[in-house]
Design a binder for this molecule. Structure first.
Ligand SMILES: Nc1ncnc2c1ncn2[C@@H]1O[C@H](COP(=O)(O)OP(=O)(O)OP(=O)(O)O)[C@@H](O)[C@H]1O
Ligand SMILES: Nc1ccn([C@@H]2O[C@H](COP(=O)(O)O)[C@@H](O)[C@H]2O)c(=O)n1
Ligand SMILES: [Mg+2]
Length: 209
């Protein structure tokens, strides 16, 4: 009974999402490459709403929901949570917000995420922002992040890097083959990275600051 209600709600959310047809930019890059940091500046300058798949999953893991224990376990291992769970959270967040343009940070993380999102929502991203950074630099940044994240320990960091190389890079290659990837050198200081980001958004958006 519960799952029938869930399925009906999800079907409603799906058709509402297809009708809303928001403008989506996927923000990808390895763990610690600076996705969240740059998204905060893009929001300020270009009026997008930032949705981090990782943040939505962390909140769901704390919610006491049926999926919470599974999400918590998978995040502590650095593995990718099943797409239906993440897409449901993203779809709800998009529908709750009046904005029609969204930065989706940390999604799609593997082929399953990518295929499921496009088939469920019928939405293709406008483009994909890819923050390119060495593992050495990303590791240094995560180990000094100090945000109390349970997955910011050296064992899980190494697992997350492995998942990025084995599952996420192929998604970036897929969008690159479609001419959709805007690659940014993310190893530079925050302000310099944002200069490169601005150059990507300014031509596609009127509201530059
Ligand atoms: N260009 C930069 N130079 C130096 N430090 C940076 C830079 N960008 C971000 N940082 C710092 O590195 C850490 C990781 O950044 P951030 O949280 O934005 O990365 P992320 O890609 O969202 O990581 P995750 O995938 O783990 O969520 C933060 O402490 C942030 O302040
Ligand atoms: N599409 C996604 C995104 C994230 N996860 C899980 O969350 C963890 C943290 O993600 P961040 O983007 O905040 O670094 C990640 O390691 C995954 O366990 C996911 O499953 N699917
Ligand atoms: Mg982040």
């Amino acid at each position: 009974m519960g799952s029938n209600v869930d399925a009906a709600n999800m079907e409603e959310t799906r058709s509402a999402l297809r009708e809303k047809n928001p403008k989506i930019v996927f923000v990808l890059g390895g763990p610690g490459s600076g996705k969240g940091t740059q998204c905060a500046s893009i929001v300020e300058h270009f009026g997008y709403t930032h949705l981090s798949a990782g943040e939505l999953l962390r909140a769901e893991a704390q919610s006491g929901s049926e999926d919470a224990p599974m999400i918590k376990n998978m995040m502590s291992e650095g593995t990718i949570v099943p797409s239906e769970v993440t897409i449901k959270l993203l779809a709800k967040a998009i529908m709750k917000n009046e904005n029609d343009k969204f930065l989706i940070d940390g999604f799609p993380r593997n082929e399953e995420n990518q295929v499921a999102f496009e088939s469920i929502t019928g939405i293709e991203p406008e483009f994909v922002l890819f923050f390119d950074c060495s593992e050495e630099e990303m590791e240094k940044r995560i180990l000094t992040r100090n945000q109390g994240r349970l997955d910011d320990n050296i064992d899980t960091i190494r697992k997350r890097f492995k998942v990025f190389v084995e599952s996420s890079l192929s998604v970036i290659n897929y969008y690159n083959s479609k001419g959709k990837v805007k690659k940014i050198d993310a190893s530079k200081p925050v302000e310099e990275v944002f200069e490169a980001v601005k150059a990507v958004f300014a031509p596609v958006d009127d509201k530059s600051g």
